[in-house]
Write a new protein. Structure first.
Length: 94
């Protein structure tokens, strides 16, 4: 399993263990079995991890249709901008 996949898997497991409570970025790294430095090489923050999980979740159910991709972008782009991500990094995540 590559590191990006391990981080996303760790985030899912950390979210599942905490229920509605949001796990810390440190906890995600710990569950994923990677260092904080490695995590930040792949994702600039928790919002980026959640964005990747949401995109993967919805595209797995819809077959990655163009409509789904546009809808997710329309929903997640403003969230990333309000979280402090620049326009280009936010678009890169989507």
């Amino acid at each position: 399993m590559d590191r990006r996949t391990a981080i996303l898997d760790g985030a899912l497991r950390a979210l599942g263990a905490r229920g509605a409570a949001s796990p810390s970025i440190n906890r995600i790294a710990e569950v994923a079995g990677v260092s904080i430095g490695s995590l930040y090489q792949y994702f600039p923050g928790k919002q980026a991890i959640v964005t990747a999980l949401v995109c993967a979740f919805f595209t797995s159910f819809t077959g990655a249709s163009g409509v789904t991709i546009l809808a997710l972008g329309g929903l997640l782009y403003p969230i990333l901008l309000s979280a402090g991500y620049g326009e280009r990094p936010a678009l890169g995540l989507l």
